[in-house]
Design a protein around this ligand. Structure first.
Ligand code: NAD
Length: 253
């Protein structure tokens, strides 16, 4: 057991690629983990992959629903006590369309999951945190840059930087740090689906195009993103708050 022994961590999008890979690193260092996601079966199979079942809980919840957010926060606190890490990581990418053609209902859903969901996770998580804890919010390379045909996702991921900064100022007197993790394209299903949509709309090989744009010349491995999340969640980043940590192979340069 390591530096996160008995730390209580909530991870939204916890059955997904980045959430689960990050959960593993925290778990390996002794943390207790609440995985939050939409689908019970996926959560159950994620939980089953941990050897000590007593240190992993699951909660089926839609992060854009305040009652459900309150519920997973209070369930976690009842089980293990106050929170040390809140990782607001659940995300939805929307669709590929120009702003003029972008469907309003999909725009609303992207904002609901990414912005409202992270807001609610911070709103209800922060009062239940121990002093000295850490909030990590997953934005994206699209939180600091932009490209055509992804207006809802870009808008939502930029908004998370405002959410992070405002929350960081409010939480600092309690020595609670709040930071944004901003991954570039990751070699996983979430990103592959985006790239397939771009391929279909533009006829361009989006995977190759992105690798050409990324100075390090490739997508991230999910484990690399998880290590960055772990750094922000743990006391290894004890003097870092209000920051945007790019894990993008230099794509923002
Ligand atoms: P993923 O699809 O594997 O994980 C996202 C998880 O969020 C899924 O398990 C999904 O079920 C869950 N989710 C979606 N809507 C939800 C809701 N309303 N309530 C609760 N859970 C919900 O993808 P990932 O790559 O692990 O993405 C994690 C985060 O990283 C997202 O916020 C995404 O925008 C961000 N991100 C990903 C990439 C990438 O290349 N994959 C790059 C930059 C940022």
């Amino acid at each position: 057991m390591g530096e996160m022994k008995n730390k209580v961590c909530i991870i939204t999008g916890g059955a997904g690629s980045i959430g689960l890979a990050s959960a593993r690193l925290m778990y390996e260092q002794g943390a207790r983990i609440m995985l939050v996601d939409l689908d019970r079966e996926e959560l159950m199979s994620a939980k089953a992959s941990f050897s000590d079942q007593d240190r992993v809980s699951i909660s089926v919840a839609d992060v854009s629903n305040s009652e459900q957010v309150l519920n997973f926060v209070s369930t976690t606190v009842e089980r293990w006590g106050k929170l040390d890490v809140v990782f607001a990581n659940a995300g939805f990418s929307g669709t590929c369309a120009s702003i003029a053609d972008y469907p309003e209902d999909i725009f609303d859903k992207v904002i609901a999951v990414n912005v409202r969901g992270s807001f609610l996770t911070c709103k209800y998580g922060l009062p239940e945190m121990n002093d000295g804890g850490s909030i990590v919010i997953t934005s994206s390379i699209m939180g600091v840059t932009a490209r055509p045909n992804s207006i809802a996702y870009i808008t939502s991921k930029h908004a998370l930087i405002g959410l992070m900064r405002g929350t960081a100022k409010e939480a600092a007197p309690r020595n609670i740090r709040v930071n944004v993790l901003a991954p570039g394209p990751v070699d996983n299903a979430f990103q592959l689906e985006i790239e397939e949509r771009i391929n279909n709309v533009t006829g361009i090989d989006a995977t190759k195009m992105l690798n050409d744009w990324i100075p390090l010349g490739r997508h991230a491995r999910v484990e690399e993103i998880a290590k960055t999340a772990y750094f922000l969640a743990s006391s290894q980043s004890s003097f870092t708050t209000g920051s945007i940590l790019m894990a993008d192979g230099g794509m923002h340069i």
